[in-house]
Structure formats: structure tokens, C-alpha cells
Design a protein around this ligand. Structure first.
Ligand code: FNR
Length: 419
């Protein structure tokens, strides 16, 4: 009702309320490369479309004449009561959308009490993100690096800076076939973006030092400090602005930025990762570990059996495999298999409070959103993200009440009709 009151008193929102209009406004606000990177999916983007289309198979089935004056959106997640069932998905390279990137998103999430998942590819070191919203609930998302030392270091830093859980993303051991980025010959990481977690890490700096020294023409050792590495990467970046025409090779001619980016590309992912390796994470952290990118019920079951602490159903917003299974289609079966033993997080395609209601009714404990936050950020910075979060939660609250329900716990299959 606050939103309606604000509207009536003449205060215009900073971002469009409707999901499609939000997308269009972001496209107008961002550079072609930034919008393509954020909005794009794999291949012909059939999975992006299927994620959305799957919601059309379900309808909310209202039951009026029930007292819904008092409604409660709270849920338990990771051993704590949360004011809402919403979570912000990890988003890398948010400097593409706004210079304040993750700092602004973290503040917006904190203001709504929504946990924020800090990306391994965030644009700021996780300690700085923590400082921008002190005490706010936060998770850290890890891309399992080829360097175990680096993994251990990142998880140690996440724990030290107050993250509540580690999210290990499993669907990006190879980068998806991203057609829009290929057409524009654009990959943010090779421009030195989204590597702040690494450049701020002592283990990563050692790796860069080794490589830089090895490639120095006179064989002399090169001292790499956080300052020199940041300066090196910013040289690479300045020389290759989003619309720049100089080739990456020219920009990376000096050894330091080249070594930093090459080291990133080397350690970024581990295509050889298997179930057996996951046990190592227990040595690196005492935090709960959630697996993100689970889309098969057998894998969900295996995760629970292996003692993992959460299952995050995701196909990376359709960015990794074209013609992959849409997440909503597999949610009911995965939720049944997990059967309350660990929390089930759901994402990919959620654009509104009504969408969130359907995912919750089909068995998700918590629902995460990705692109809408990036769009809000690109259009209006922190305020834009605040409004995106507020709009999803307000519509969820209204949907719940109009369906005749007073709590998220009451949202189950009985609240839906299959089309
Ligand atoms: C992502 N996603 C992602 N996931 C992850 O585990 N680590 C990351 O760094 C990123 N980075 C990232 C950047 C951008 C621009 C997008 C759009 C997505 C995937 C993200 O966490 C989430 O799974 C999807 O965005 C959910 O789908 P929707 O809500 O975007 O449809």
C-alpha cells in the first residue's frame, strides 16, 4: 500500500514496474555491449524463453472470503528467520551496469533485509562490499578455481568478512556459447572487469607475480602489489573502453595487465571438477555450502546424501546451455526428492511477485532474481534496485492475500491450477 500511496501522491518511480518495460528501459540506458552481456543467453536463447514460458503452465487459484488482513512473508533459511523469501542471485561484472556496481546492489538488498549473494566475479573485493552494508545478510558465490590455494583463500576471506554461506556454482566450468557477445566480440573479463575478487587476493597476486617475472625480458623478478596490479588492470581497461576500437592485444602489451588477465583465464574454472572434489570445500570453510546449478533430481538427492547444505535450482538464466531444461519444469520433482532435508533455492526466469508465488507453491523455499536487479541498477543505481526488490515483494504480498492466503508457508500446490 506504500507503493500505491507514493504513486497517488505523484512520486514517479525511478524504474518501470512491469518486467518487460524494465528490460526495455535497461536496453535504452546501457551500452549495446553491456545490455547484450546482461540480457543475453546461450545459443538461440531457447532456454531463456523456456524459463519464462514454463510459468504459463501454472495459474494461481484464488479462494476469497478468508481473512487476509495480516500477511506474513517470512521464511526460515539457513537457520534464521528472514523477512521475505527473496534472495539476490550472484551477478558478475555489475560495473557494466553502474560504476557503484555491487556496492549499490548490496545496500539496496540490505535496506529490504534480502540476503545478497556476492559474486566471485563481482567488481569490488568482497570485503568492500561487506563494508558498504555492514551487518547485512550475505552469501559468497564461488567459481571453483583450478588453484586450490586460491579457493581456500577466497572462502577464508568470505568467512572473515561475515558471509553466512558459500554458494558453489556448478554450471559454468565452461563459458556458455553466448551469441550476442560473440557477435560483438565482447567479453568483460578480458577487459579487466569483474576480476576484483582475484586482484585483491594474495594467492592470486603471487600467481601473477610468477607469470610476470617469467615473461620479463631481462628475467628480473617483478614485484606485484595490490596497487601495481590494480594500476595494470586499469591500463588494460582504459585502453579498451566499451566502445573502443583498439585491439585487446595492444592494450595488454605491457606484461603486468596481460599476466593478470591471463592468470584469471587460467585459474577461473575447473572443467575436471567432480563430486569427489567437493569434500575439499569442507576443509576450506566451516560455512554451510549450497550447490547452484542443480537441475536433475538425482543430483539434488546426491547433494543431500553428500551432506551439502542446500540445493539451488538454476540454469544460469539460460546463459549456459541452449535447449537446457527450464528450471520451473524440474522444481516439483527436485523439491519432492529433497523433501525438506535442505533448503531449495530457485532461479531463472522469475520476473514478478506472481512468478515468485508460483515457484514457492511448487516447492521452492527461497526464490532468487538475477537480471531484473542488473536492469534496475543500470537505469537508476541503488534506487533502481530498491524499487525492483520492492515491486517483486509488494506483488507477492498482494498475490498471497488475493489468493486467500496469509503466509508463504500456506503457498502449496492447492493454491495453483495446472494449465
Ligand atoms: C549471472 N549469473 C551468475 N551466476 C553465478 O553463479 N555467478 C555469477 O557471477 C553470475 N553472473 C551473472 C551475470 C549476469 C549479467 C547474469 C544475467 C547472470 C546467473 C545468476 O546468478 C542467476 O542464476 C540468473 O541470472 C537467474 O536468472 P534470471 O533471474 O536472470 O532470469
Amino acid at each position: 500500500s506504500d507503493i500505491y500511496r507514493a504513486g497517488i501522491s505523484g512520486a514517479r518511480p525511478a524504474v518501470p514496474v512491469d518486467g518487460r518495460a524494465l528490460d526495455a528501459a535497461a536496453q535504452a540506458a546501457l551500452s549495446a555491449e553491456a545490455y547484450a552481456y546482461i540480457a543475453g543467453g546461450a545459443g538461440a536463447e531457447a532456454t531463456v524463453a523456456a524459463n519464462r514460458a514454463e510459468f504459463d503452465r501454472w495459474q494461481v487459484w484464488p479462494r476469497p472470503l478468508r481473512d487476509v488482513t495480516v500477511r506474513d512473508l517470512s521464511v526460515d533459511f539457513l537457520g534464521r528467520s528472514r523477512p521475505t523469501p527473496l534472495l539476490l542471485a550472484p551477478l558478475g561484472v555489475m560495473e557494466l551496469a553502474h560504476p557503484e556496481g555491487d556496492l549499490a546492489v548490496a545496500r539496496a538488498a540490505a535496506s529490504a533485509g534480502v540476503p545478497y549473494t556476492v559474486s566471485n566475479q563481482a567488481s569490488f573485493p568482497l570485503e568492500r562490499i561487506a563494508q558498504s552494508a555492514p551487518g547485512a545478510p550475505r552469501l559468497f558465490q564461488l567459481y571453483w578455481s583450478a588453484s586450490d590455494q586460491l579457493n581456500a583463500s577466497l572462502l577464508g576471506r568470505a568467512e572473515a568478512s561475515g558471509c553466512e554461506a558459500i554458494v558453489v556454482t556448478l554450471d559454468t566450468h565452461l563459458l556458455g556459447w553466448r551469441t550476442r557477445d560473440l557477435d560483438l566480440a565482447y567479453l568483460p573479463f578480458t577487459r579487466g572487469m569483474g576480476i576484483a575478487q582475484y586482484t585483491s587476493d594474495p594467492v592470486f597476486r603471487d600467481l601473477v607475480t610468477q607469470r610476470t617475472s617469467a615473461s620479463a625480458t631481462d628475467g628480473s623478478p617483478v614485484k606485484v602489489t595490490p596497487k601495481t596490479i590494480a594500476a595494470g588492470v586499469s591500463i588494460a581497461r582504459k585502453g579498451a573502453p566499451l566502445t573502443g576500437s583498439r585491439s585487446l592485444r595492444d592494450n595488454l602489451r605491457s606484461p603486468l595487465p596481460r599476466a593478470a588477465v591471463e592468470t584469471f583465464l587460467d585459474v577461473f574454472s575447473t572443467p575436471s571438477l567432480t563430486w569427489d572434489d567437493l569434500a575439499k570445500a569442507r576443509e576450506w570453510t566451516s560455512l554451510p555450502i549450497i550447490l547452484k546449478g542443480i537441475v536433475h533430481p538425482d543430483d539434488a538427492e546426491r547433494a543431500v546424501d553428500a551432506g551439502l547444505d542446500g540445493v539451488w535450482i538454476s540454469n544460469h538464466g539460460g546463459r549456459q546451455i541452449d535447449r537446457s531444461v527450464p528450471t520451473l519444469a524440474v522444481l516439483p520433482e527436485i523439491s519432492e526428492r529433497v523433501s525438506g532435508r535442505v533448503p531449495v533455492v530457485f532461479d531463472s526466469g522469475v520476473r514478478s511477485g506472481a512468478d515468485a508465488a508460483i515457484a514457492l507453491a511448487l516447492g521452492a523455499d527461497v526464490v532468487a532474481i538475477g537480471r531484473p536487479c542488473a536492469y534496475g541498477l543500470g537505469i537508476a543505481g541503488e534506487q533502481g534496485v530498491r524499487e525492483v526488490i520492492r515491486n517483486v515483494l509488494a506483488e507477492l504480498d498482494i498475490t498471497l492475500g488475493l489468493a486467500g492466503l496469509t503466509s508463504v508457508a500456506e503457498l502449496d500446490r492447492d493454491a495453483l491450477r495446472a494449465v
